[in-house]
Ligand binder design. Structure first.
Ligand code: NAD
Length: 489
């Protein structure tokens, strides 16, 4: 790919509306940013954790004051409808509150020693500077999920935000600086693959945290293995499924499917992309979903009446269209949608909410992330087959089951191999205090948010303090060689 010299984001609904232009960063810019963040981090790391937490809480307050303005920016730069753009900002505010609280919560464990006059505990230490690479679809929330815990842990930050949403990241960092985050501690480098790859392999970076697609995440992880940081956390794509059992409350299932599949124009990592349904209710469910889709307003995301906004760029629309065409070629039928539609007065790409029936689990549309408003309906004979289909893909982010039977619900929670499972709720709807992330190729074992969110940005240090005044040997060195002490045993 040819690297461009500037990064220009534009309004996905009106591509002529340029939101921000920055020089595209190079490896040399990353060097400078890492050096500056390293210098600032040395001072920041000496500030007590609760005092760092107060600055993070203040950042949450500034974000709250600026919520309306920031929400408009998210809608304009990322094409999210206003309600969802507000949710993006609210998530950052909530994350500030949660992470600030962690600054006065347990920071490690104390463990009774096997010896007298000895203390044992764990604490956390910063890794230095963390390198963050983020996608466009939660352009305020995702930087907050990474930057706040990284700062609480005592790190400096260099972030390479998505080329589609540089202004949202700048606005987020500006709120942090206004609240008292030292200037220089959080560095932003804009651009495409070059600065991101340089960040992932930089010897001065202690941890890299990447959120984005599986193919890019694989490149980041492989590159980081060469010269980069040891701590590499990946939050990647999903192929999220909703099972609807014959006993389900179908009103609830229709609401969940429409919101899960078509909210944010299907461009959430947790968007519902497969509907796995029993033949007894399939036709009725599809008919009702299609009817509801017909009532959705597709349009300008800044118009409060709009339900479904644009996809991020024309290339995304072309990719989604090609996947739908391939599905039809493989034998699926289009129940509604299936192509891009024109919206008066907007030159962006709007893909019609699409329901595909007759999809088989081996079809490409049933296995690959679409990242667009497309719901593939797969009929299955029973619960075992439903679970098998849910688990048959390489992704493992989120899944949902709709049923009124508590045994079915809980057995499914056990059997579904994803990081997040919902019962009688759609595949989207994560809450801040709980861990967020997925199994299989969706990630590499880390979780964001919750109390574990800090793990990707800190190292655990185990501390022993012996105040006995003489050499005490640990159990492995002072026990007799034979357990129980009995001779001959
Ligand atoms: P993307 O993978 O195209 O880009 C993500 C980031 O990687 C961007 O900043 C981009 O500039 C950078 N990048 C591009 N090439 C690179 C390279 N060679 N080396 C290093 N970095 C490079 O993703 P996107 O289109 O911005 O976002 C959509 C994807 O993100 C979807 O797959 C979605 O599921 C996923 N996502 C996952 C989560 C999660 O928490 N699991 C959350 C949001 C989005």
């Amino acid at each position: 790919m040819v690297e461009r010299s500037t990064v220009s984001s534009c309004n996905p609904a009106r591509p002529d509306d340029v939101v921000a232009t920055h020089p595209a960063g190079t490896a040399a810019d990353v060097d400078r940013a890492v050096a500056a963040a390293t210098a600032a981090q040395k001072v920041w790391a000496r500030i007590p954790v609760p005092a760092r937490a107060e600055v993070i809480a203040a950042a949450g307050a500034v974000l709250a004051e600026r919520k309306a303005e920031l929400s408009h920016l998210v809608a304009r730069e990322a094409g999210k409808i206003l309600a969802e753009a507000g949710g993006d900002v609210q998530e950052a505010i909530d994350m500030a509150t949660f992470v600030a609280g962690q600054g006065r919560a347990a920071w490690g464990a104390t463990v009774p020693s096997e010896l007298g006059s000895k203390l044992c505990w764990t604490t956390r230490q910063p890794v230095g500077v963390v390198g963050l690479i983020t996608p466009w679809n939660f352009p305020v929330a995702i930087p907050s999920w990474k930057i706040f815990p990284a700062l609480l842990a005592g790190n400096g930050v260099v972030i390479k935000p998505s080329e589609h949403a540089p202004a949202c990241c700048e606005a987020f960092v500006d709120a942090c600086v206004t609240a008292g985050v030292p200037k220089g501690l959080v560095q932003v480098v804009h651009g495409f693959a070059e600065p991101a790859a340089a960040l992932a392999t930089h010897p001065g970076v202690g941890a890299v945290s990447f959120t984005g697609s599986v193919p890019t995440g694989r490149k980041v992880a492989a590159a980081a293995m060469e010269t980069g940081p040891r701590l590499v956390s990946l939050e990647l794509g999903g192929k999220n499924a909703m099972i609807v059992r014959p006993d389900a409350d179908l009103d609830l299932a229709v609401d969940g499917a429409v919101f899960g599949a078509f909210g944010t124009a299907g461009q959430r990592c947790t968007s519902t992309s497969r509907l796995i349904v029993h033949p007894d209710v399939a036709e009725q469910l599809v008919d009702r979903i299609v009817k509801r889709v017909g009532e959705l307003v597709i349009g300008d995301p800044t118009d409060a009446r709009t339900d479904v906004g644009p996809v991020i760029e024309a290339a995304a629309g072309a990719r989604i269209g090609a996947m739908v065409d391939a599905a039809v070629h493989e034998g699926a039928s289009v129940a509604c949608g299936g192509a891009a539609v024109e919206v008066d007065g907007c030159g962006g790409t709007f893909f019609a909410p699409t329901v595909l029936t007759g999809v088989q689990p081996h079809h490409r549309i049933a296995r690959e992330e679409v990242f667009g408003p497309v719901l593939a309906v797969i009929e299955v004979a029973d619960l075992d087959e439903a679970i098998e289909v849910v688990n048959s893909v390489e992704y493992g982010l989120s899944a949902a089951i709709y049923t009124r039977d508590v045994n079915t619900a809980l057995a499914s929670v056990d059997a579904i191999d994803t990081g997040i499972v919902y019962v009688n709720a759609p595949t989207i709807g994560a809450e801040i205090p709980l861990p967020f992330g997925g199994t299989k190729h969706t990630g590499n074992g880390f979780r964001e948010a919750g109390t574990r969110g800090i793990e990707q940005f800190s190292e655990v240090k185990t501390v022993y303090v012996d105040y006995s005044g003489h050499l005490q040997k640990a159990q492995i060195d002072n026990r007799p060689p034979v357990q129980g002490g009995g001779a001959g045993r």
